[in-house]
Ligand binder design. Structure first.
Ligand code: ATP
Ligand code: MG
Length: 383
């Protein structure tokens, strides 16, 4: 894909001119900077779509450049590619950790690889496109409302209702995810490991073949961050691209965003086909949900693409459906009954509620909700 504005930062004049000429030739507009500091000035002033930089730089090394770029709102999400004169693995890791999206080593054959990387990154730079499967995000205004359990249980019912569809669930909750624990996944692969891979490797095919299909649950899982330490170091610049690949590999992609309205989750919410908002019945959660919903409306979100679930997670007391609707100002589509200890029991056994308690009202509610959501998501996607 051509026609983007690319900033090339390189203190080696011959290399700067060679790369610039190659990118111009395939139709990109090229801006140049001969030092790290000059690169930052141009990046903040001219807002290039993508930055290509040799991290080996006398005045400001690539890692520091990346950190400064990421901490400024104007360039916090601008894709950054290292075109490096340092082939060391350790350098590649330190650059990826600092916020680079790709690390390519300068070789005689690197230009086509660079052009392909730019094409991929340009496509996913702003937000996730509408291409591919449907994106369903789960979020809540407060923790402990049942968001992760319902995300897993509803995804499970999606496949149970329509065995022909392929469903992936990705746990995006930072700094630590909980879906792996709920569904009993003990493997090594997770959001942190895949965001540490270059985008040339996290292809749709990689996710199609590489995500574990969970027994009992029937969906494919991308587990969340296993611990706060790695969660906090995660390369967030790679998330848009990863969700894009997931969408190309699956019919439905469920994301657990948890209690989060961050820089990371907001673009995902904005590009979702359906937003499932989990509300527990205690007054503080209902009130906070109103605040979150009012905020999302200012971002242009429509009530028609939101699927609120009132989950009686905290006991029999608390707001009724009508009370919650009145406070939040949105129609609640599903009310999940209180399951007492059975909910935690199913979670502890890593079993879906529909499997462990097939005759419970909750199993019927989950099945119905999944059906309604699938219909709604398809309608919204095609309209
Ligand atoms: N309808 C319900 N009936 C009974 N207990 C429930 C219900 N919904 C949720 N719970 C309880 O709440 C617990 C927390 O659920 P879960 O981890 O899914 O919430 P969460 O919103 O994802 O929390 P966190 O903020 O920690 O991510 C469950 O293990 C279960 O014990
Ligand atoms: Mg959770």
């Amino acid at each position: 894909m051509a026609g983007n504005t690319i900033l090339v930062v390189d203190s080696d004049a011959a290399s700067l001119n060679y790369v610039s000429a190659a990118l111009s030739e395939v139709g990109h507009r090229v801006l140049q900077a001969a030092s790290g500091r000059e690169g930052l000035v141009v990046a903040w002033r001219d807002h290039p779509d993508i930055i290509v930089m040799d991290p080996v730089m006398a005045d400001l090394k690539g890692e520091d450049f990346a950190v400064r770029l990421r901490s400024d709102a104007r360039t916090s999400k601008t894709p950054l590619v290292a075109l490096s004169s340092d082939p060391a693995q350790s350098r590649s890791h330190s650059c990826m950790d600092a916020g680079f999206n790709e690390y390519l080593v300068k070789t005689a054959q690197v230009v086509p690889v660079l052009v392909a990387a730019i094409g991929r990154l340009a496509r996913t730079a702003v937000s996730v496109t509408k291409e591919g499967g449907l994106l369903i995000v789960f979020l809540s205004a407060k923790g402990g409302t049942g968001t992760s359990s319902l995300c897993a249980n509803i995804a499970m019912n999606f496949v149970a209702n329509q065995p022909e569809v392929r469903v992936a669930v990705a746990d995006m909750v930072l700094p630590i995810g909980s879906i792996a624990e709920i569904v009993g996944y003990a493997g090594d692969q997770n959001l942190v490991t895949v965001t540490g891979m270059p985008s040339s490797e996290t292809t749709p095919d990689f996710f199609r073949k590489g995500l574990t299909e969970m027994t009992n649950w029937h969906f494919h899982l991308l587990a969340g961050s296993p611990d706060p330490e790695s969660g906090n170091q995660l390369n967030v610049g790679r998330i848009g691209d990863i969700v894009h690949s997931l969408k190309l590999a699956y019919d439905f992609v469920f994301l657990d965003l948890g209690r989060s309205l961050s820089r990371i989750s907001l673009p995902l919410i904005e590009s979702a086909d359906l937003i499932v908002m989990i509300v527990s019945t205690d007054l503080s959660t209902v009130t906070l949900t109103k605040t979150v919903w009012d905020y999302l409306k200012t971002k242009g979100l429509q009530a028609s693409s939101v699927y609120p679930i009132l989950n009686r997670a905290v006991g029999l007391e608390g707001s009724t459906k009508a009370e919650a609707e009145k406070i939040i100002g949105i129609e609640i589509k599903t009310a999940m009954p209180y399951l007492g200890g059975n909910f935690a029991l199913a979670n502890n056994l890593h079993q879906p509620i529909t499997v462990k308690f097939p005759n419970d009202t909750a199993a019927i509610v989950l099945k119905d909700a999944s059906q309604q959501m699938a219909n709604l998501a398809r309608r919204l996607h095609s309209g």
